[in-house]
Write a protein that binds this ligand. Structure first.
Ligand code: PDD
Length: 279
């Protein structure tokens, strides 16, 4: 497996960065996860735009021009045998010898990227769905930035696991559904789709926007709206969406079955439309 680090392609086990990197010391960096189908980057422009937004919001320098980003990532993909992959890339503010919350001027960002095989979601999940619990969202108020600082997400994912669930659906401080620990939330009620509005409380998911356009193309009604805990509990279907897993059907919430306790008919449809767009 080959990784890219600051201008070089090297075997992943040889990649090394300084412990004084601000990513390591402060979690001072941003990232993206980009799916690749049939060796082609999927929704690359959307991921690039979001990366640029994250860099701009954090005042981290963008190390590459748009076309250089694309060439680099495509080259990384082409160095590996798998048809379907997911690229992880991160940009940190760079190495600073004196630890200081205030970043020094003129740091050069650290750019790291690697790719891995993207395996299909397991048959068990396709047939049974997953279990989720709701938890208070303990994160900050800039969840629109795809920051590498994921400690709250990790803590909430572990808390979900401890309660016997696969993931958590996060309820913000106004009592509204935000998103999952690493995915966006959709609900289906009476054949209509609902998802929380974009803003600073959630990540503007690329899979979320793919689903929005699929819904539009196939005339499925969809609205971006506030979703309460009771809307969630009474939904016919709940999905968690992300670049590596498409839409995962949630069939159990807080110990109660959702719908019939099986992946629902609208999910079956969207999953089929999704597969068609990957061709
Ligand atoms: N996570 N919300 C959060 C908090 C996320 O971390 C992610 C993605 C999403 C979905 O975004 P997208 O559809 O663009 O993947 C929503 C990635 C996959 C991760 O951290 O591994």
């Amino acid at each position: 497996q080959i990784a890219y680090l600051n201008g070089e392609f090297i075997p992943i086990e040889k990649a090394q960065i300084s412990p004084q990197d601000r990513g390591f010391l402060f979690g001072d960096g941003v990232y993206e996860v980009i799916p690749v189908y049939g060796k082609k980057l999927f929704t690359f422009q959307d991921h690039l735009e979001r990366l640029k937004n994250s860099l701009k919001a954090t005042s981290i320098l963008n190390p590459l021009e748009d076309d250089a980003w694309e060439r680099l990532l495509q080259k990384l993909v082409d160095m590996h045998p798998w048809k379907n992959q997911y690229i992880y890339l991160q940009v940190t503010r760079g190495v600073q010898m004196q630890r200081d919350h205030l970043p020094a001027d003129c740091l050069s960002p650290t750019l790291y990227a690697y790719t891995n095989e993207l395996k299909p979601v397991s048959e068990a999940i396709i047939n049974q769905g997953i279990k989720a619990v709701t938890l208070d969202d303990i994160r900050w108020l800039r969840c629109d930035i795809k920051a590498i600082t994921l400690l709250p997400n990790i803590m909430m994912k572990m808390a979900a696991k401890n309660q016997g669930a696969d993931d958590a659906i996060l309820i913000d401080r106004d009592g509204l559904v935000a998103e999952g620990t690493s995915n966006n939330v959709f609900i289906v009620k009476n054949d209509a789709l609902f998802t929380p509005k974009n803003g600073s409380r959630i990540l503007p998911g690329i899979t979320r926007s793919v689903i929005q356009s699929l819904a539009e193309q196939h005339s499925l009604p969809l609205s971006e709206t506030d979703i309460t805990l009771s809307d969630l509990e009474n939904a016919d279907e709940i999905w968690l969406t992300s670049s590596t897993k498409d839409a995962l059907p949630v069939t159990e919430l807080n110990g109660h079955l959702i719908g019939q306790g099986k992946p629902g008919p609208v999910w079956q449809k969207i999953q089929q439309y999704f597969e068609e767009t990957k061709q």
